[in-house]
Each structure stands twice: as structure tokens, then as C-alpha cells.
Design a protein around this ligand. Structure first.
Ligand SMILES: NC(=O)c1ccc[n+]([C@@H]2O[C@H](COP(=O)([O-])OP(=O)(O)OC[C@H]3O[C@@H](n4cnc5c(N)ncnc54)[C@H](O)[C@@H]3O)[C@@H](O)[C@H]2O)c1
Length: 394
């Protein structure tokens, strides 16, 4: 009996040590983080170069918005550390080119997944982040029908992992994160205001952002995390996202390929409150600057912390045919348009932001109209892809 017990204990112990070996071994072989050199890169990137500067962890830093926000913070002297998993939802070479841009400005992007709790704990161990700018997400409304799990992975599970890390950090950072105008779903009252109901999502993407607003509220309520949720309205501009209409339209027009223009019920044109990236960046930075402190420590709240939600839009919706006409003017080429009825797969007929709250509390004031912003986008596109008229673009 005694020998049997001894044998079982020995077996369990060797199994556990094997698991630890496998765990650390797999991390050693598969992960691209850790080590003295890595820690030095993280610390250097986090260094502040102005008085009362912030130290910000930017998730999704190799993404469109993340790159611009990281640059803006670094340029004014804040410490910035990026985090991105460089997934292949769209061409990762564009994410790598954005990383190269950030590297040239001394911003280091850690390659890893927000779901990696050990990595987050390590980052908070190495750097006392004052703020987290959470922009990592699975974006896009139509892709949710192809790969729904990626939305659960990046917009729900990763958010909880991140909030757990923030809750346990000492001191706790203030969290600013990207929700979306898509939470307004099928609402018909315009313009969309923060106090409107958001219980008619039209896509799984929208539903995960709505869930994010509820999840962040819980962490604010229980653990005293300072939370600011930003509902972005169709952001566009240089270094933008290839899956978005203005980007793919530009590519197809240049290649002489047809573009699909959807229209809504009764042949009404779809319209979007297109918001230029520099305006969004100003809104993000103002949110970080005005975010009150988190109040918890050791997993306990010491008092109420701010919970804020703002629309960041442009307040002047433009129809999709007008967007196409502006692109045609800039590219000096005609689009071959296929006009189709909008399928019910996630898109909404229009978006229009009421930005009074952001104007009042953040001093947010968008200044770039669509023709001006698209001109800058087209200039970037042509130089980035090295387009020469008459040559096929890839
Ligand atoms: N661009 C818009 O028009 C718009 C509108 C509304 C809301 N948003 C939101 O703003 C944020 C930024 O959007 P964007 O346009 O820059 O998108 P993006 O796809 O360019 O950037 C997101 C980045 O996050 C990374 N990422 C995704 N899942 C991750 C994970 N689990 N771990 C680590 N990294 C991960 C991706 O690799 C990508 O680089 C997102 O939360 C998005 O939902 C964007």
C-alpha cells in the first residue's frame, strides 16, 4: 500500500515537472518575447522624454490607428510600448512596414497576443504603464460570417485577459479602448448619441464591441479601473486598412477592375460619417490626457473611477457614390461600378455621429473633410505602392 502511494506520488511529480518543461520549452521555442535584450528594448521604448509624460502600452500598434496614435504619443515625448500579433486578416507586410516606421521613431512593438496573460504580466512587471491604449481587435463586419471565433478571441477573450492584467497591476493604469460606431446597429434616429440604446447590433463584430462596453463597465465597477470607450466612425487615411471600401476601391480603380457599390432599401445610397485619422488621433490623445486615475489596488477598488464613452466621428456623412467620385477625381480615372442591393450580412445603411459630448469634455474638433483627407490618402497610396500610371498595381 505504502509503496503504491509512493509510486503514485512519484508519477504525479514527474508528470507535473514534464508539463512545466513542455510549457516553458514551447514558450522558449515559439514565442518571440523574453530575455535580457528584449527587456532592454521594452524599457528603452517606455522612456519618457517630457515632464509629466505618460507611459502607454498601445495594443494593436502595428494596426492602422495604433501606428498613428503611437507616433503621436512618441513625438510629444511619452513612453510607448506597442503590442501586436501581426495576424494575417489583411496583408501582414503592411503591418511590418508600419512597424518599420515606428522603429525609426524608437517605438518598439512586442510581437505577441493580447490573450497571452504571461506576456502581459511580464510587460507590467518590466514597465509601470500609466495608461493602456487598447486598439487590438478583429475588425471588419463581413469577415465575422467567415471566422466568427476570431472575434471572440480578439474582441472578448483578449479584452478580459488585458483587463485582468490591468486590474492586478500596481499601480493600475487608466484604460482607453476602441469600441465602434457599429454598436448603434440598426438604430434609425440620427445623429447617433452616446445615450441612445445600443441593443440592435447588425453584425457579430458590433455585438463583440457592445459586449466590450459591458465587460469594461464591470471592471470599472468592481476593480476601480478608469475606463474610456471610444466609438470610432469609419476611420480613413494614409497607412489605412486594405479591407475597407475606400482602400479597395482605390486599388481596383487603378487596376481597371470593377468595384461593388451597395445601396440600401428603396435604392437609397449608403452613407458613412468618414473620419480622418489625424482627427481620431487627437481624440485618442485627448482621452488619455483627460482620463482620471484608476482607484484599485491588490484587486480591490478604493473608490469610484471614471467610466466614459465618446463618439469620435466627423458629423458629416457622405454617400458611397460621392466617395467614389472623389477618388475618381484624385486618381484621374473612372471607376467601373457594379451597383448592388446591400446584402444583410453586417453592414448598416448609414452612420452619423453626434460629437457634442466629446467636443465638450475632450475638446475634440474634427477639422479634415473627406475631399482633403482622401487627397492625402491617395498621395500616400501611390507612393507606398510605387504606382506608375499604366502599370498594374499589386
Ligand atoms: N478603422 C475604423 O474605421 C474603425 C472603426 C471603428 C472601430 N475601430 C476599432 O479601432 C481599433 C483599431 O482599428 P484599426 O482600423 O487600426 O484595425 P487594424 O486591424 O488595422 O488594427 C488592429 C491590430 O490589432 C492586431 N491584433 C488583433 N488581434 C490581436 C490580438 N489578439 N493580440 C494582439 N494583436 C492583435 C492586428 O494584428 C492589427 O494590427 C479596433 O479595435 C477596431 O475595432 C476601427
Amino acid at each position: 500500500m505504502f509503496l503504491w502511494a509512493l509510486f503514485l506520488i512519484a508519477l504525479t511529480a514527474s508528470y507535473l515537472s514534464f508539463q512545466i518543461f513542455v510549457d516553458s520549452g514551447s514558450r522558449y521555442f515559439t514565442s518571440s518575447w523574453g530575455g535580457i535584450h528584449w527587456e532592454k528594448q521594452v524599457r528603452t521604448s517606455a522612456q519618457i522624454h517630457r515632464q509629466n509624460g505618460k507611459v502607454v502600452l498601445v495594443t494593436g500598434a502595428a494596426g492602422f490607428v495604433g501606428t498613428h496614435v503611437s507616433l503621436a504619443l512618441k513625438k510629444r515625448g511619452d513612453g510607448v510600448v506597442g503590442l501586436d500579433n501581426f495576424n494575417s486578416y489583411y496583408d501582414p507586410s503592411l503591418k511590418k512596414a508600419r512597424r518599420a516606421l515606428l522603429t525609426s521613431h524608437n517605438v518598439f512593438i512586442v510581437e505577441g497576443d493580447v490573450n497571452d496573460a504571461k506576456l502581459l504580466a511580464k510587460l507590467f512587471d518590466v514597465v509601470a504603464f500609466t495608461h493602456v491604449m487598447h486598439l487590438a481587435a478583429q475588425a471588419g463586419v463581413r469577415y465575422a460570417m467567415e471566422n466568427p471565433q476570431s472575434y471572440v478571441h480578439s474582441n472578448i477573450a483578449a479584452l478580459v485577459t488585458l483587463l485582468e492584467a490591468c486590474k492586478s497591476a500596481n499601480p493600475q493604469p487608466a484604460v482607453v479602448w476602441a469600441s465602434s460606431s457599429s454598436v448603434y446597429g440598426l438604430n434609425e434616429k440620427v445623429p447617433f448619441s452616446e445615450s441612445d440604446r445600443t441593443d440592435k447590433p447588425a453584425s457579430l463584430y458590433a455585438a463583440t464591441k457592445k459586449a466590450g462596453e459591458a465587460i469594461t463597465h464591470t471592471y470599472n465597477h468592481i476593480y476601480g479601473l478608469s475606463i474610456t470607450g471610444l466609438r470610432f466612425f469609419t476611420v480613413y487615411g494614409p497607412w489605412g486598412r486594405p479591407d475597407m471600401a475606400y482602400f479597395s476601391f482605390t486599388k481596383n480603380i487603378l487596376q481597371g477592375k470593377p468595384i461593388t457599390v451597395y445601396r440600401g432599401k428603396n435604392r437609397v445610397d449608403l452613407a458613412r460619417d468618414f473620419t480622418y485619422i489625424d482627427d481620431i488621433v487627437k481624440g485618442c490623445v485627448a482621452s488619455l490626457d483627460t482620463a482620471g486615475k484608476s482607484t484599485g489596488s491588490g484587486g480591490k477598488k478604493r473608490g469610484a473611477a471614471p467610466y466614459r464613452i465618446y463618439n469620435l466621428g466627423n458629423t458629416s456623412p457622405v454617400t458611397v457614390p460621392t466617395l467614389v467620385a472623389i477618388l475618381e477625381r484624385n486618381l484621374k480615372m473612372k471607376a467601373k461600378k457594379n451597383v448592388l442591393d446591400m446584402p444583410g450580412n453586417g453592414d448598416v445603411p448609414f452612420t452619423h455621429a453626434n460629437i457634442s459630448l466629446a467636443r465638450r469634455e475632450l475638446g475634440y474638433k474634427p477639422t479634415t473633410d473627406l475631399p482633403t483627407g482622401l487627397k492625402k490618402f491617395v498621395r500616400w497610396y501611390l507612393s507606398y505602392y510605387g504606382y506608375v500610371p499604366g502599370k498594374v498595381v499589386n
